[in-house]
Design a protein around this ligand. Sequence first.
Ligand code: SAH
Ligand code: SF4
Ligand code: F3S
Length: 450
Amino acid sequence: MPHSNPPRTYRVKSFGCQMNVYDGERMAEMLAEQGITAAPEGEEADLVVLNTCHIREKAAEKVYSDIGRLVKAGRKVGKDPMIAVAGCVAQAEGEEIMKRAPAVSMVVGPQAYHRLPAMIARAANGERATDTDMPEDAKFAALPARRKVGPSAFLTVQEGCDKFCTYCVVPYTRGAEISRPYSDLLREAEALVEAGAREITLLGQNVNAWRGENARGHAVGLGELIKELDKLPKLQRIRYTTSHPNDMDEGLIAAHGEVQKLMPYLHLPVQSGSDRVLKAMNRSHTVDSYLKLLERFRAVRPDIALSGDFIVGFPGETEAEFAETLQVVDAVRYASAFSFMYSPRPGTPAASMDGQIAREVMEERLQRLQASLGRDQHAFNQASTGKTCDVLIERKGRRPGQWLGKSPWLQSVFFEGAEADAMQIGDMVHARLGEAGPASLKGQVLSSQA
Ligand code: SAH
Ligand code: SF4
Ligand code: F3S
């Protein structure tokens, strides 16, 4: 659709993983640098960026219905929004989107979004453009410096995936594994801290595959990067996600015993408790090697909270194999976890495998798995009752006067009443954990440090 005016306001809507959230923030910063301002809440924006996720089914359909909704909402107020589709659906189905959705002006992949300003200028002249290149020239170098951020900030250190799990689209949508340079990361971390971050979560599709070279020219891994970030005086917490079992090294495990600021939390997806299924998934780890790895973390950090991802109903998964997944859950006792029904993704090897599982079977397995995971999460929270710890206040709660923060173990902790009245976003409060619910705990302030 032709646009004769450059946009004055923008809105970025991010779906999917935390890396997409990070990309969405960087796009917003870039648009702001162009003089485009964030559209006020409840107002239609001149430019809308749909930063999409392709990981499970209906992703593309959702994008088309979002586009339809935007056009309709625009029409109501006499506006014709400029629409950009970014993210993993853009990468996977860019041409198709351009054909099917004439309202879309731009399609831009996750490795090319630094070129968005030029595309907007062209769109303002009525041109439509697709850019799903994976350019060698680093996107990050072309992005503006970090601006104001919340107390808990994301920092992408690694992108892409070379693992090719047979069910997964990420290696196709995000490209090969790359690590951002050490010095760039230190610089961005410093900027984030100066902009108000007290916690930084290092991100990567395989974050522990990050490799770099330190100032002295030595090859270093994520553990060493974390130790360097530990030296930033105003930074209080460090986290990282998502790790792959095969990329874990001694340096990172050891960091959990040595670095106070590194939070006692590990998200390490296993996907299935059956070695046969893991092999068919091309996970290249076994249940046993995974469990042994967790033991090494527990040895250096006994209170570590464990988290994982699970897929039920992978092609050919038998009831007995699913039962093995439940056994792993019983053995590990996760503090939290994400679980999904297998979703055949176009172009992935698993989509054409024999033995696709009926939806009812998947639903029933997912329910049983989630019952176990929910039980363990609640138990983990209950075992925390009575503990004292720091809580980083991140946002207001649902009820008036309520504040929500995160414990070191990534539990949601809420405060209310008089002690909450004086709270602000970014406070680090020392608290006693009280009554535990399935997904949160009540906190009681012992002391506060702004
Ligand atoms: N790189 C990370 C996470 C990738 S996506 C890792 O390997 O752990 C996040 C989660 O989505 C995966 O861990 C997996 O559990 C789930 N997932 C990925 N592809 C899927 C598919 N086709 N169907 C269902 N779940 C899927
Ligand atoms: Fe997907 Fe596997 Fe890569 Fe994770 S490791 S992003 S699940 S291919
Ligand atoms: Fe989704 Fe792409 Fe992230 S497919 S999960 S947005 S890497």
